[in-house]
Design a protein around this ligand. Sequence first.
Ligand SMILES: *Cc1c(COP(=O)(O)O)cnc(C)c1O
Length: 471
Amino acid sequence: MEYVSTRGSAPVLDFEGATLAGLASDGGLYLPREWPRFTEAQIRDLRGKSYAELAACIMAPFVAGSLSDDELSALCEAVYGDFGHSAVTPLVQLDETHWLLELFHGPTLAFKDVALQMLGHLFETFLERRDKRLTIVGATSGDTGSAAINAVAGRDRTEIFMLHPAGRVSEVQRRQMTTVRAPNVHNIAIKGSFDDAQRHVKRMFADPTINQALNLGAVNSINWARLMAQVVYYFHSALQLGAPDRKIAYSVPTGNFGDVFAGYVAAQMGLSIERLIVATNVNDILHRALSKGDYSTGATTPTITPSMDIQVSSNFERLLFDCGGRDGAALAAQMDSFDKSQSMQLTDEQRKGAAGLFSSTRADQDETARALQWANRNAAQVIDPHTGVGLHASLSAIEAGQVAHDTPVVTLATAHPAKFPDAVERAIGVRPTLPSRVGDLFGREEHFTELAGDYETSRDFVFEHAAASAG
Ligand SMILES: *Cc1c(COP(=O)(O)O)cnc(C)c1O
């Protein structure tokens, strides 16, 4: 499979190249040149496969030319054959319409493990093959950081630098990053918001001096391989609920538009998805973009769903490219003007393309808390606040008649409730406890460096420490 940049001028790469590059050299994001398409009969044949077997079938067209079928099957078995839950991503029924898709059974209790455990193995395979080292630089609003660190800690060929906004991630999230003791792991707390951290990371990728010297790699959802791995659980859940003979709606709590874009990919591949409901908190740039065509940033408001406290949604660019006629030059101009003014209008083509599959809802703090109460009262489920934002959107979509009455509505449960115990306790009076697989998180020593919020300080820190460890 060939991969092209959304901005049209970076070199075309194969899967291995796109995985190691992360961001494209023209500032764009890589996407497959075309969507592989499964027929209904082929999708029916996927029923009954284990998660690992299904993952290999779904990923095969995307990795063609870079991994053999045997290599891919072995990787999928290594990652998903022994996950925290035997079903990997189990479905839980809430009532006759609503389901939860539990994505938090990996080592760091959020959905990001499902893809990042795979990405860690892919990095290792490709770096061995090339006899190279990779310096991973990432920004995290909490969950990417811990999942990425867990996926590469102690590995020989990767060094990881993870920037998080100081004081704006939960204590469990912070400890899951900072208590990992491995020589290749560097945690940095910067003064500022997640968007500041993400801007620094993007700038490092765009800076040839540091990018080439350190061979930078990305673990944020700008890395295509992550989205590819997330496509699998849409198929896995839809097949259980009757696909391809029945349509399914998904509600996805969204920040960087990665998880829900994977649902869009599943639909392009032929999966019977009736609707993708984009669920945001009060940082609602995606809700405004999808409902009014207005993609403009404001100040980031801290909420009880910190993993979605995002104003600039990196992966939205992939949708704009795909829905807007795949015109890289036009999109590069549109994104350039957005970078300068922090505001843009979607074209009619982009709006129309998105409206066919997406709708959106925004949940404030009270609505989120009420969704947690609904799940607890009606289905005896304790859910995390991010999942609550998604469930609020599912309930609203049914109320507003946006989904056919016999369509199952699946809310993606993106984190374990014990990752955000204070918010959960305030909403329902129950304090969720950490599952034993995370170990003694509160007894271990933390290691991180606090840095000022400017770009140069972060860049210099990465440069000095990566160079030192490369010898
Ligand atoms: C990262 C994250 C999200 C948002 O996912 P995106 O792919 O950025 O849209 C939602 N919920 C939780 C718990 C997360 O960690």
